[in-house]
Design a protein around this ligand. Structure first.
Ligand SMILES: NC(=O)c1ccc[n+]([C@@H]2O[C@H](COP(=O)([O-])OP(=O)(O)OC[C@H]3O[C@@H](n4cnc5c(N)ncnc54)[C@H](O)[C@@H]3O)[C@@H](O)[C@H]2O)c1
Length: 435
């Protein structure tokens, strides 16, 4: 087993001067990611080796993930939080101090740290794709938060997918709901022909509140770009704009950095739906959206209601519905923030509750109603465990890159459709989105 010495706190603490130096280097690092140094080669992880983890992004999700990882470590999972990165120094320093991790202002410096075997990417959406590419090129396995990219970054999504595949690094998308074994069973039931030819699937995400956007905390209303905050690295490939404290801390309100609920929330329900249907790329998508409840927030650019119709060449329509104005989710007992898929086939329908998969025959079908018990298990720790196991076995995790690519392309098409007010198609030959 490779043992890892704990650096002393003094050597791990970033000084203001070192942050200035690395923050300066990180400016423009995101957009320049294609110019990464030659590929690095990773340590081959044995079954008993301790996995060194680097957290990129120490905001809300990064902090929560670290608490979960620490609990996993305390319960016996052989990992160690060895490094952290953030473009806002106070957040970085707090997490680095808490976990005695080495702080980095620039993700590329964290990637060059040989103690880091795997990275968690929990930065804003528009930064993910570049950091994933940099990470796999640096020989690191990646757990990347959903959405895998931003709604306007289809070409980047394609490039990132190719990079991950050629790198043979392990990649898990952070759609933790995929840890629910119901989806594996649903996929098998569909493949076994229980519902006949699938024709229609419905899923969605309903909740009340704009706390996820307008409610994001502004840590310091007087924060300014400089030694403690790297605005350029935050902007990445988004339009260049003068610093705006709300844009930095409440980025989910703005289209430059967020796709609203379509890309923020729908990966949670669409990933299992596409996994069960086992469909390839979409043929077309139609979307509608609006600001129907939270229209008074003047900074809010993204909708609070979005509905997408996605058609597949396999002759299946997938409907993704949702609003943040009401959280009723039907009588499916799946919890107040989700809407489990309903999958209809020529012979019958599969619906999913917290405890069961239910088969209801279609009119005229000779099949009998059936129910199968399922242990409901949507959990970040289980999803992370799957990722860490795959880092050791080199197997493909549940939310693998191909599934992440197909899910994100469908969502990008839906967003482009409602933004342009027209049907958006996918050109299979050219592997491109046609608006
Ligand atoms: N799976 C889930 O259920 C779930 C839940 C919440 C958030 N998320 C995802 O996690 C991601 C982060 O969300 P959040 O709520 O933590 O946002 P946040 O704003 O709280 O955190 C993002 C952090 O990234 C830092 N950052 C910005 N640009 C950076 C860069 N170039 N390099 C390094 N650090 C940079 C910011 O300073 C900030 O601290 C989002 O993509 C979000 O969709 C997933």
């Amino acid at each position: 087993m490779a043992s890892r010495k704990n650096d002393s706190k003094t050597t791990r603490q970033t000084t203001r001067r070192s942050f200035i130096r690395t923050a300066g280097a990180a400016a423009g690092a995101i957009a320049a990611s294609t110019a990464m140094p030659a590929r690095s080669y990773a340590r081959v992880l044995g079954a008993n080796d301790r996995i060194g983890l680097g957290m990129i992004g120490c905001g809300g999700r990064g902090r929560y993930t670290l608490t979960q990882l620490k609990e996993m470590q305390d319960a016996g999972t052989n990992i160690e939080i060895v490094a952290a990165c953030d473009t806002y120094r106070p957040r970085l320093q707090a997490q680095a101090d808490l976990y005695k991790a080495k702080p980095y202002a620039d993700h590329r410096e964290l990637l060059a740290d040989s103690r880091v075997d795997v990275v968690s990417i929990t930065t804003p959406d528009h930064i993910h794709g570049y950091q994933v590419i940099d990470a796999v090129q640096a020989g690191k396995d990646v757990y990347c938060e959903k959405p895998v990219t931003h709604w306007r970054q289809f070409e980047l999504t394609k490039r990132m997918t190719a990079e991950v595949k050629t790198s043979s690094r392990v990649f898990q998308l952070g759609s933790q709901g995929m840890s629910n074994p119901a989806w594996q069973q649903g996929r098998k039931l569909i493949a076994d022909g229980v519902i006949g030819q699938p024709i229609h699937a419905e899923c969605g995400y309903f909740r009340v509140g704009d706390w996820g956007e307008a409610g994001m905390p502004i840590d310091d209303p007087n924060a300014k770009p400089g030694p403690d905050l790297n605005w350029e690295a935050f902007l990445g490939d988004s339009p260049k704009r003068p610093f705006d404290v709300s844009r930095y801390f409440r980025w989910r309100l703005y289209e430059d950095y967020s796709g609203g609920q379509a890309t923020d929330l729908y990966p949670h329900c669409l990933t299992p739906t596409l996994f069960m249907l086992d469909v390839d790329m979409p043929a077309s998508a139609v979307g509608s959206s609006g600001k129907y409840r939270y229209f008074e927030c003047k900074e809010r650019e993204i909708p609070d209601t979005a509905n997408l119709l996605i058609d597949y060449p396999e002759k299946i329509t997938v409907v993704v519905l949702g609003t943040q104005g009401n959280n009723f989710f039907g009588a499916d007992e799946m919890g107040s923030v989700g809407r489990a898929p309903t999958i209809r086939g020529w012979e019958g329908t599969l619906s999913f509750t917290r405890t069961e998969i239910i088969f209801t025959p279609a009119e005229g079908s000779k099949s009998k109603p059936q129910r199968w018990p399922v242990p409901h298990a949507e959990d970040l720790k289980l999803h992370y465990q799957d990722f860490l196991e795959c880092c050791r076995t080199r197997k493909q995790p549940r939310s693998h890159i191909g599934l992440a690519f197909r899910t994100q392309t469908a969502l990008q098409m839906g967003v482009l459709s409602y933004r342009h007010g027209k049907t958006v198609r996918f050109d299979k030959e050219k592997q491109t989105i046609v608006v």
